[in-house]
Design a protein around this ligand. Structure first.
Ligand SMILES: *Cc1c(COP(=O)(O)O)cnc(C)c1O
Length: 388
């Protein structure tokens, strides 16, 4: 097991002791009254965290990719047109997934590190009728954040369902699902939600549930079928026993604890904390002289930072040196530049110490690797940003 180390990757993140303790409690029956109560309350808490009072929450065992499938498999029938906004690997994954379910997919791809402007989306929506629009809120391969509010608005005006991959943003970056008119916002447990890997989570708007109910073609995936899962979720919320597939009992208990802690912190303070810590980390890497992947401050996510290796610095050697200082960061993911950059996650229950410690380890590693900069400049810049 890990000792006193920092896990600063874009998921899984460091989990709080209370959450891990909940995970280790004796497993109950999935229809035990005590578990039904916990599951029911977790679903209610999701509605609050997603800010979607009239939404239908779904919790099914699986990773974030399965959450994408839970949306795609149920909302498209073969021949439907889908518009995918791609700012990296996970946008491209949605293209692949929706095609698999028979959709005719059009992709609006951002230049590497850039966003797709809403005007481009609107032009496309004017040209043809789409059933579905997908967007990755924060693409974990590029650290690019897309603005969601204009897209929810476009979706409403053009009668298109909007599906948000919020795996790297829900509970860390602001999302007002209902007010912004977003139909599905999906995530996974192991990122800013703060629960070990294994749960696919989403909240669907009434319009998304209606679109599912109107389909005449069976869902191709048996396990992902909302027709199987919606009655289960409704039963748990009504505090009634039900069964389709055994839920991940311990993970759901841990989810209830983590959602409770998120709501105790408060959504606005939580988003502000991520903005402050993310901004401090970016100020630090700027001061060290590292170039970030996202083009411009507005496109930069608060949940992770992506930086190019400086010239002459070996990526594997740098990551190993950072690791020797007790911090784990992640390598590159985007196939075009995989070996030229690295990623640092800073989401969940972290505090300033994690930001300062990670920058310190990064500076130590860069110095060992021969990068020329003023030692301590990154930590100092972050401290200045934190005390502002
Ligand atoms: C992590 C991630 C996924 C995939 O989640 P898995 O749990 O690895 O399947 C999808 N989209 C985004 C934006 C992610 O960050």
């Amino acid at each position: 097991m890990r000792g006193h180390e920092l896990l600063m990757i874009p998921g899984p993140v460091d989990f709080e002791p209370e959450v891990l303790q909940a995970l280790g409690a004796p497993t109950t029956s999935h229809v035990a009254p005590v578990f039904i109560e916990v599951f029911g309350r977790a679903l209610e808490r999701m509605r609050a965290v997603w800010q979607c009072p009239s939404g239908q929450p779904l919790v099914v065992a699986g990773s974030g990719t399965f959450a994408m499938e839970l949306a795609g498999a149920n909302l498209v029938v073969p021949g439907d047109r889908a518009l995918v906004i791609s700012t990296g690997v996970f946008g491209d994954r949605f293209e692949d997934l929706l095609s698999r379910h028979g959709a005719e997919v059009t992709v609006l791809r951002a230049p590497l590190g850039g966003v797709v402007e809403p005007d481009r989306v609107e032009d496309e929506l004017r040209r043809r009728r789409f059933k579905l629009l997908t967007v990755t809120h924060v693409d974990t391969s590029t650290a690019v954040r897309m603005p969601l509010e204009p897209l929810g608005d476009l979706g409403r005006r053009h009668g298109v369902l909007t599906v948000v991959d919020g795996v790297c943003s829900v509970a860390a970056e602001e999302i007002q699902q209902e007010a912004w008119g977003l139909d599905v916002v999906l995530t996974a447990s192991q990122k800013a939600i703060g629960v070990p890997p294994g749960l696919a989570l989403l909240v669907a708007s009434p319009a998304a549930v209606d679109a599912f109910a109107a389909r005449r073609v069976p869902v191709r995936s048996y396990y992902a079928d909302w027709g199987k899962w919606l009655p289960i979720m409704q039963s748990y919320e009504a505090r009634q026993p039900s069964y389709f597939g055994t839920p991940a009992v311990n993970l759901v208990v841990a989810l209830g604890v983590s959602l409770g802690r998120i709501l105790d912190e408060g959504l606005a303070p939580r988003f502000a904390r991520h903005a402050l810590l993310g901004g401090a980390f970016r100020a630090g890497v700027d001061a060290i002289g590292l170039r970030q992947l996202p083009l411009g401050e507005k496109a930069r996510a608060n949940t992770l930072t992506a930086c190019y290796y400086p010239d002459g610095v070996s990526g594997p050697a740098l990551l190993a040196a950072i690791g020797r200082a007790g911090v784990t960061v992640a390598g590159g993911l985007h196939s075009e530049i995989k070996d030229r950059y690295f990623r640092i996650g800073h989401m969940g229950a972290i505090r300033a110490a994690a930001i300062l410690g990670t920058l310190g380890a990064l500076e130590t590693g860069l110095q060992e690797a021969g990068h020329r900069f003023e030692l301590g400049a990154g930590v100092a810049a972050a401290q200045r940003a934190l005390s502002r």
